[in-house]
Design a binder for this molecule. Structure first.
Ligand SMILES: [Zn+2]
Length: 71
């Protein structure tokens, strides 16, 4: 062990800020998808994520309806 083995703290991974790309939506884009490796990924919030499975879509709709009823 020597001081020269210390990891470079200046090389912290870059934080990439990405919000949902749906116009007018200011939610955090936690769900990304890129068509190819070369293409940069696009990001959406869960509600606007266009690649949900049918089951996931149904579950989301049920949650929204329940929230509307209770609210
Ligand atoms: Zn959104």
């Amino acid at each position: 062990m020597s001081d020269t083995d210390k990891p470079e703290l200046t090389n912290a991974p870059q934080m990439y800020v990405h919000y949902c790309e749906e116009e007018g939506c200011e939610e955090w884009g936690g769900f990304g998808r890129s068509a190819t490796k070369e293409e940069p990924p696009r990001w959406w919030c869960w509600e606007h994520f266009p690649h949900k499975s049918y089951e996931q879509e149904t579950a989301l709709r049920r949650n929204l309806e329940a929230a509307e009823r209770d609210g």
